[in-house]
Design a protein around this ligand. Sequence first.
Ligand code: ZN
Length: 180
Amino acid sequence: MGIGIIVVDMINDFVTGELGISRAKDIIPNIKKLLDFARTKGISIIYACDSHSRDDAEVKLWGPHAIAGSKGAEIVEELKPREGDVLVKKNRYSPFFGTDLDRLMRDLGITELVLVGVSTDICILHTAADAFYRGYEIFVPSDCVEAFTREDHERALEYMKRVYGAKVMSSDELIKSLGG
Ligand code: ZN
């Protein structure tokens, strides 16, 4: 199937740690439900996670987070990858920057990307921009992404709809549209 789900930055530092988004815990069960469904359908799952050195531009701006090899850079326990999932380490907001992600998606025949994780207005938004530039269809289940505030979250969803043509719906609606 030509669909891939990109799980963005669901790592300890963004959920409970250094740059923890308290609202991120609420989306874990929704993401888990979507991934469990995807696995029954053979839909590709890609984890895109921050992995920084101490002199990365993002660390200078935000302070130390997701330092490569640290506990904070590990995917949260509830969403641990399974065999066959793809892992992409990134050091900017977008996992397309300086990585093999685009080629990987094309090799897998993926033309539609579902974006989940944090945060709606930063890494998800920049991933959507890069996906749009490269011609992918974008889906964002609104209960599988979060931001520091509700306003940041909602503004980013509206922006992605308007500017990148992202299709925004609930995870249940998405699962139904995929034959669940
Ligand atoms: Zn970062």
